[in-house]
Design a protein around this ligand. Structure first.
Ligand SMILES: NC(=O)c1ccc[n+]([C@@H]2O[C@H](COP(=O)([O-])OP(=O)(O)OC[C@H]3O[C@@H](n4cnc5c(N)ncnc54)[C@H](O)[C@@H]3O)[C@@H](O)[C@H]2O)c1
Length: 282
């Protein structure tokens, strides 16, 4: 059972993961490279939990208990001391992740589970930086972590069964539903989502359908809560293009070759909500 967790990287995902762990009753330490990043991560969590208190979703006692379970530091050795599990959520860069895992492998006790929140990199490749690859696993949370209920659990080539079991139990303890995914590019969900985004862009490019009709079509005809076009505008057309490029590069599968429309939109800075114009105008 995971009682003590360390999260490495206090950005968007690290802060979200630390929050749900603390809410799930787990002592959690978050570590980043600079004090201001640690503080920013902790502040994101305080704001989120504070809103729950305001809305009456939490009482004061539970609010305080959750925040009491959270610590922040820049000292990696102190952060991992006594941890049953470490979840890495640093930038998506294989060389950086390997360096972090090599450090974690030498600092943590043999039984500590080492997990990566990578969305595109191979768990087996990350595990190769350690001397104990059997304790390395993937836990792919979705953004925003406090709201999204899924975690894809990815077994590397050498991941031990006890590590898989403890990890799926951990996911449930923090209120998430785990699914097992193979260590393949895009795991399960992003392989689907990227196809959907590319198809939507292709239909718009060819003049087969308007963004409005595609979104209505999938909402009313397939019961999707949001249309793929509005999601692309929300996530950022550049982010979608990069995800497709990465999947296309890794799989060589023509289905993931990015639609020329996405390339053009990024060149024209039509990135979606963040630039005021994407498929829709804001
Ligand atoms: N943002 C998403 O929607 C999303 C969804 C699923 C998975 N992911 C994956 O999660 C990981 C983190 O993504 P993010 O969006 O939170 O990134 P982010 O840029 O918001 O945060 C990354 C953090 O890692 C810190 N960092 C860098 N090197 C470090 C080190 N050596 N030790 C400790 N901290 C370090 C940075 O200072 C930064 O605060 C990536 O692998 C990403 O692919 C992201």
């Amino acid at each position: 059972m995971i009682k003590k967790l360390c999260v490495v990287g206090a950005g968007t995902m690290g802060a979200g993961i630390a929050q749900v762990a603390a809410e799930g009753g787990i002592e959690t330490t978050i570590r980043d490279v600079e004090e201001r990043f640690v503080e920013r991560g902790l502040q994101t969590i305080r704001t989120f939990i504070g809103k729950k208190l305001e809305k009456g979703k939490l009482d004061r006692e539970r609010h305080d208990e959750i925040l009491d379970r959270l610590r922040g530091t820049t000292d990696l050795a102190a952060a991992v001391a006594g941890a049953d599990m470490v979840i890495e959520a640093v930038f998506e860069d294989l060389a950086l992740k390997k360096k972090v895992f090599a450090e974690l492998d030498s600092l943590c006790g043999r039984d500590t589970i080492l997990s990566s929140n990578t969305s595109t990199l191979s768990i087996t490749a990350i595990a190769s930086a350690t001397e104990n690859p059997e304790r390395v696993i993937g836990t792919h949370f979705f953004s925003p972590v406090p709201l999204m209920r899924l975690v894809e659990v990815i077994r590397g080539e050498k991941t031990a069964e006890r590590v898989v079991e403890a990890t799926t139990e951990f996911c449930r303890a923090v209120g998430k539903t785990p699914v097992m995914a193979k260590d393949v590019p895009g795991f399960i969900v992003n392989r689907f989502l990227c196809l959907l985004y590319n198809e939507a862009a292709d239909q718009i490019e060819k003049g087969y359908a308007t963004p409005e009709d595609i979104d209505l079509g999938l909402k009313l005809g397939a019961n999707h809560p949001m249309g793929p076009v509005e999601i692309m505008d929300m996530a950022g057309v550049d982010v979608v293009l990069n995800a497709l490029k990465a999947l296309y590069e890794m799989t060589g599968d023509e289905r993931y070759r990015p639609s020329p429309l996405l390339e053009r939109m990024v060149r024209e800075n039509r990135l979606g909500r963040k630039t005021g114009r994407g498929f829709y105008t804001y």
